[in-house]
Design a protein around this ligand. Structure first.
Ligand SMILES: *Cc1c(COP(=O)(O)O)cnc(C)c1O
Length: 393
């Protein structure tokens, strides 16, 4: 008989009762070091005091009033995102897939308003992940996500990630946008090179395409800058943000330059819950912390420390680990054993990580970790590698 809870996940049989910083606790009091952070969502760790204060404060004032009225929190969070990014304007919704959907609608309508409705196609990347709605599984193009859900939403062409020649060759008179994760997440942590990101900007400009970045996983401080494309000194026209911007509260956002944003006029798009006062109080607190002097530099510094130590670990355990790659605190450990075997071992030793495509273990720790967390994680990784080499427990 089907469980009351629809079985769409292959869940691990653990439930957590409480979280504090980088730690999660079960009801039995077992303590786990959380280097998955709810898949890059708990960017400031669990129950960050500033976020708890913002949430409970707003929770006692006003949760929701709908977008029929002005929402001052939305105006101020949007203004701060505009001030700190390429964007001229921001739309709020509740999840990553919704943010991608909004950006896709924006791209179509932009070209439609410019008298080129035929330019509805989007070039996306092989290995991409953009969400689980009908349009976003089509954008991702993964057979495992599309299977059984025909007909596929049309309008997406896929080219190999990292290859500018194939990208150029795929542009037709119907192409309107390029959709890219600057660091591919679900496919196993593949960072785009600076040259590739600059090349994307060039191709977009040359053909009049909108450049649309999916920074849902790699954005919000994860790579040591507020958004990962900032390392390349270029900017997109549209960007989808979610995960870390709410630190665990469901929030999505679409940031855009004026010409793209202007395509979504009153009545063309909406979200009932998007950007409600509760969500915006939390997003405002997340920005307070991330934009404070030195925070992002601290992320960059601890990420470099972690990365070096992981490279030494991998070199010492070639029977378990392969390449270490990533950007900032978005790290992929390629495994020489089955990634699930390493994940199980890590969990048994009280370290949580996430799986990734290509037999990878993803480390996505909260951005608030310090050297003590790195020491603890490395000790567990070391122990787990040794246990796997012994071929058992
Ligand atoms: C998680 C993720 C999404 C989908 O976000 P949801 O909130 O699950 O809809 C889209 N793109 C990337 C890169 C992601 O990591």
């Amino acid at each position: 008989m089907i469980p009351a809870l629809m079985p769409t996940y292959a869940r691990t049989d653990i439930a957590f009762e409480r979280g504090e910083g980088a730690w999660l606790f079960t009801a039995d009091g077992d303590r786990y070091l959380d280097f998955a952070a709810g898949i890059a969502v708990n960017a400031l760790g669990h129950c960050h005091p500033r976020l708890v204060e913002a949430l409970t404060g707003q929770g006692n004032a006003l949760w929701h009033c709908s977008n029929l009225y002005r929402i001052p929190g939305q105006e101020s969070v949007a203004a701060r995102l505009v001030e700190n990014t390429f964007a001229d304007s921001v739309f709020f919704n509740n999840s990553g897939a919704e943010a991608i959907e909004c950006g896709l609608k924006m791209a179509r309508r932009y070209h439609d308003l410019n008298g080129a409705p035929e330019r509805y196609r989007v070039i996306a990347m092989e290995g991409a992940f953009h969400g689980r709605t009908l349009a976003t599984i089509a954008a991702g193009g993964q057979a495992k996500h599309l299977d059984g859900f025909d007909p596929v939403v049309q309008g997406f062409d896929h080219v190999p990630f990292g290859n500018l020649n194939e990208l150029r060759a795929a542009v037709t008179r119907e192409t309107g946008a390029i959709l890219v994760e600057p660091v591919q997440g679900e496919s196993g942590i593949h960072p785009a090179s600076v040259e590739y990101l600059q090349g994307l900007r060039q191709v977009a400009d040359e053909f009049g395409l909108l450049l649309f970045f999916d920074e849902i996983q790699c954005g919000m401080g994860r790579t040591g800058k507020l958004f990962s494309h900032q390392w390349a000194g270029i900017s997109p026209d549209i960007m989808a943000v979610a995960k870390g911007i709410g630190g665990g509260f469901p929030i999505g956002a679409v940031l855009a330059v004026e010409k793209a944003a202007a395509a979504l006029t009153a009545g063309t798009h909406g979200s009932t819950l998007g950007g409600n006062p509760l969500a915006m109080a939390v997003a405002g607190a997340v920005l307070d912390v991330m934009l404070a002097d030195g925070f992002l530099d601290g992320v960059d510094a601890i990420a470099r420390t972690l990365r070096h130590r992981l490279e030494d670990l991998a070199a010492a355990h070639p029977k378990v680990l392969g390449e270490v790659r990533g950007a900032g605190l978005m790290i992929g450990l390629e495994c020489a054993v089955e990634n699930r075997a390493l994940l199980d071992r890590l969990r048994a030793n009280r370290l949580l990580a996430a799986p990734g495509g290509g037999n990878v273990v993803r480390l996505l720790p909260p951005l608030v970790i310090d050297e003590s967390h790195v020491d603890e994680a490395l000790a567990i990784l070391e122990k787990s590698c040794a246990q796997l080499e012994e071929g058992g427990h």
